[in-house]
Design a protein around this ligand. Structure first.
Ligand code: PHB
Length: 389
């Protein structure tokens, strides 16, 4: 055979085998806000997913795991269209990501119809897991953090509170679950303030909060808005008013915390993840994440992405590579593992995450600001769903 013919034959074989490999690949449609107001969430999760594959390899159950990243720009209608395309054209076995509640909710009917698992790595409204039997969550719910914050506040002499939340699903959950527990433990909520999700101006509500003279303001704003909130808190003089700031850890987000300045030192907040969490698994995660991302510190969104990938890999291993939705869901239900945040599991009844919630205080360590955990509430199930039973 002449050399040219041989080369052509070899090229044809290579083409065929790569086609076979591609057919054998398991595709994960990763829908994230890579641009727009929520872009920091997209950046964190994308980095965590890439790191997971770099550390654990790009195959599971003998199949190549191919991640297809799509930018939803933070808009639900865009995410819905992308999810449809990923299911119909790319034949993805998983839909994953979801940086905002309205996006996770908009995609849920597609997951149901296509019988494709929807792995929610970021959004935190309790009802998301009710929107489809194919939703599984590796992030958190706002009620998980807000209830322990209310309990801590009453125990620590805070009796009168103004709540201030972002006016959409997770903010309303935070407001409601904080208020219910705070009242039943004997506290009084004197005012409930809400700010719009898009381009919020916190000044007017901060003025109202100051005028009400509470012992503390309880705050939820989504990841990415904490720094601006703190800036306006200081501009309005609340840091010097004697009114305490208590919050869900979304506000003192590791992604922005270090830039907030010493004014946040001492702020008490409750959450599922701190980059300062003291475990070998977390140290390895933080070190590898920083190394791969020019020093960027992972936040709770990154951990939701990391664990979402773990769930996908381990489910595939359990099914021996089978990708039908019902089999994958059965594998995911009840799965338990050690995350960088601590021990976690998927509640087999609700498909929601069960995890420790930590009470933390912002402190300076080695010249950097961290959420330092000082108390642990173990194995917290979503309180909203627990109350319904
Ligand atoms: C949500 O959209 O559910 C969400 C987004 C950011 C957060 C928390 C919840 O920090």
């Amino acid at each position: 055979m002449v050399r040219r013919q041989l080369a052509a034959a070899l090229a044809a074989v290579a083409l065929l085998s790569s086609a076979a490999q591609a057919e054998d690949a398991v595709k994960v449609g990763l829908i994230l806000p890579m641009t727009g107001q929520q872009a920091s969430t997209g950046k964190q999760i994308d980095a965590a997913v890439k790191l997971y594959q770099a550390v654990n390899g790009s195959t599971a159950a003998g199949k190549k795991i191919e991640v297809i990243l799509k930018d939803d720009t933070g808009v639900a209608d865009v995410a819905k269209r992308l999810a449809q395309e990923l299911v119909v054209n790319d034949k993805v076995a998983f839909l994953a990501g979801f940086g905002l509640t309205p996006i996770a909710l908009a995609v849920a009917p597609i997951a149901t119809q296509a019988k494709v698992p929807e792995v929610v790595m970021a959004a935190g409204t309790s009802s998301i897991t009710d929107a489809s039997p194919f939703v599984v969550r590796t992030s958190f719910t706002l009620a998980q953090s807000a209830v322990p914050m209310a309990e801590w506040a009453v125990k620590n002499g805070i009796n009168k509170v103004v709540t201030l939340v972002s006016d959409f699903g997770p903010g309303i959950d935070a407001e409601k679950s904080f208020t219910e527990r705070f009242k039943s433990d004997g506290g009084t909520v004197i005012e409930s303030l809400r700010v719009p999700l898009r381009s919020p101006d916190f000044s007017p509500v901060l003025q109202k909060a100051a005028d009400a003279k509470p012992d503390a303001v309880f705050v939820f704003v989504p990841s990415g808005q904490g720094a601006q909130f703190v800036k306006q808190f200081v501009e309005r003089g609340l840091d010097k008013s004697g009114i305490k700031l208590i919050a869900t850890g979304d506000v003192t987000d590791d992604d922005q915390l270090n830039g907030m300045g010493d004014v946040v030192i001492g702020v008490i907040n409750t959450h599922n993840y701190s980059a300062a969490h003291d475990s070998a698994a977390n140290k390895a995660f933080v070190d590898a994440f920083k190394k791969a991302n020019a020093g960027m510190r992972p936040n709770f969104m990154a951990v939701g992405g990391w664990d979402g990938m773990h769930l996908i890999y381990e489910a595939l291993k359990m099914t021996g590579g089978a990708t039908d939705g019902d089999t994958l869901l059965a594998a995911m239900k009840g799965m338990a593992w050690e995350s960088p945040r601590g021990p976690i599991s998927i509640d087999p009844q609700t498909r929601d995450i069960v995890q420790n919630i930590y009470v933390r205080k912002v402190e300076k360590k080695d010249g950097e600001l961290y959420n330092v955990e000082f108390a642990t509430i173990p194995n917290v199930k979503d309180p909203v769903k627990a109350a319904k039973k």
